[in-house]
Design a protein around this ligand. Sequence first.
Ligand SMILES: O=C(CO)COP(=O)(O)O
Length: 255
Amino acid sequence: MTERPYVVGNWKMNGTRAMLSEARAIDRSSQRLMKVEVALAPPFTLIHAVHKEAAQLAIGAQDCHTDEDGARTGDISAAMVADAGAKFVILGHSERREGHGETDALVRKKAEAALAAGLRLIICCGESEQVRDAGAAEDFVTTQLRGSLPDSIEDAGANLSVAYEPIWAIGTGRTPTVSDIGAMHRAIRALLVERFGEDEGAAIRILYGGSVNPDNANELLAADEVGGALVGGASLAAESFLGIVVAAAEVADKA
Ligand SMILES: O=C(CO)COP(=O)(O)O
């Protein structure tokens, strides 16, 4: 576990203004847990409201377009989410890769656009169950990540996080073993050091995502090279999300 774990809630396509009370509750409690960097990625429609109402939380978007502006009906640019109060963007989530045909090259272009708009990045990667069963998970994930990352990132340790999210673990209640998570995170670390150099590569936080909940967070967050969590379902209620934040603080204390 890195010194200051990063716990990020991804609300996906969930949340109306009625859920702002959850964001406020997360904000209030996370202020007492300064050891953990807590962040939330609500849908586009709530970014500005959460930014206003949950002042201490870092707010992010779940996607952005490659272009800055223009005739792109229905799309949202990195500059627009930054203007709404976002400080980071999640890119390359498997739900976008699968549901919107996003390729590694497109994720990389989006990452470059986001950096140009001053946003920090969380770049996602992860293998399907078939790939894991075929024994090809590490090759698949490192190839995917290599193609999704910009060549250079200024202050990469601060501006980039990577989230390893095995597709078969998302929303299923199933998780890899601690030893499998450690092995994958070590492979990702090696790639980051190769790409960004010893110091920056070592400072980039590698998050684990996929069925993290307050009961398993202690164990999963203690796996080798895990610097935090990207949380879907359990981030929708303040109580369960804060349970994960507390677990991250405990694991960091023991490290
Ligand atoms: O996809 C995820 C976060 O981005 C993980 O989702 P769950 O925590 O619901 O499995």
